[in-house]
Ligand binder design. Structure first.
Ligand code: SF4
Ligand code: SF4
Length: 228
């Protein structure tokens, strides 16, 4: 399971700053278990959006947005409502948000942060990856994760090593993540987003601190020799 937390309301609205109308999309998989994006969590989000003056063109929660092969059929009944909106606000994990962004030609924003609780995250049903960074950037990057799509996890544009055919200098069989982000933003007529400076990542959010692992994970008597 990928664990999510709702972003603070002002961050959600900051991600929607350019959008006056929104389609709200939740996930009845892990996000429902986390009480962030299941069907039962959408009314509160919808109310928050409407109080902020956003027009809500529609809303739904579907099973497992990380299952990209099913997203288009899930969303087909909502096509008109999605196309009427300036963006789709997705309340689920980083993988689910990326899958939606790759499936609909619409700006996609995220309502959640995917957090790392340590341990195994479970099976992921698509090629999209989330490093569980705890401070999701997908609203700013066309729904492509710069942490996992870029070999160096750059957050403010390419490193300068991108080849002329858009490949990564670290692995020339791989598309440069920032080339992909640029192309996606161009397709969405949202290249202005490239000018927004993203603050440095708070790396302490990526993983539980060592202090937490030793203090809470290991039983006192069971700590390996030499561990504090
Ligand atoms: S920015 Fe990437 S790594 Fe961070 S939560 Fe979003 S999808 Fe996951
Ligand atoms: S070439 Fe692109 S994907 Fe590779 S490290 Fe540089 S910015 Fe990241």
């Amino acid at each position: 399971m990928l664990v999510t937390e709702l972003k603070p309301q002002d961050e959600i609205l900051e991600g929607l700053a350019d959008d006056s109308s929104v389609f709200l999309l939740g996930c009845d998989g892990c996000a429902s278990a986390c009480e962030t994006g299941g069907a039962e969590n959408l009314p509160a989000l919808a109310e928050m959006l409407q109080q902020a003056g956003k027009e809500l063109t529609g809303q739904t929660a579907v099973d497992y947005l990380c299952n990209k092969s099913l997203i288009r059929s899930y969303l087909r009944p909502y096509e008109a409502q999605i196309m009427d909106a300036d963006s789709v606000l997705v309340a689920t994990c980083g993988v689910g948000v990326q899958c939606v962004a790759d499936s609909v030609l619409k700006r996609v924003r995220t309502a959640c942060n995917t957090v790392n609780m340590g341990g195994v995250s479970g099976v992921q049903m698509s090629g999209e990856r989330c490093a569980e960074c705890g401070d999701c950037l997908l609203s700013q990057t066309g729904g492509i994760c710069p942490i996992t799509a870029c070999s160096k996890s750059m957050v403010n544009g390419p490193c300068g090593g991108t080849s002329s055919d858009g490949k990564c200098e670290v692995d020339n069989k791989r598309d440069c993540g920032w080339y992909r982000i640029y192309q996606r933003l161009k397709e969405l007529d949202a290249l202005d987003q490239m000018k927004v400076i993203i603050p440095p990542k708070r790396h302490g959010l990526f993983l539980p601190t060592y202090e937490t692992m030793t203090g809470e994970f290991w039983a006192v008597e069971g700590r390996p020799e030499g561990e504090a």
